[in-house]
Design a protein around this ligand. Structure first.
Ligand code: FES
Length: 81
């Protein structure tokens, strides 16, 4: 794993989009987004073609991943309990 710890407001069940991240590199080593993930991303702010939900995006380890966490997402994470 990448050793990355991203807050999962909904417990990783693809229901909150607070784990929205940009996969800048290595996205092809993750499984494609499910319809559920695409639906959540439709609701998320600042969606880019690289957008993924971190809790749904599981890399298979064949490529190095570079994941960017949006600034507003970091703020949102801090406001959590
Ligand atoms: Fe809620 Fe990923 S943790 S959608």
């Amino acid at each position: 794993g990448a050793g990355l710890d991203i807050e999962h407001s909904c417990g990783g069940v693809c229901a909150c989009a607070t784990c929205h991240v940009y996969v800048a590199q290595g996205g092809k080593s993750c499984q494609p987004a499910t319809d559920d993930e695409e639906d959540m991303l439709d609701e998320a702010p600042d969606v880019s073609p690289d957008s993924r939900l971190a809790c749904q995006c599981v890399p298979n380890g064949t490529q190095d991943l570079i994941v960017l966490i949006p600034k507003w997402n970091r703020n949102q994470v801090k406001e959590g309990h």
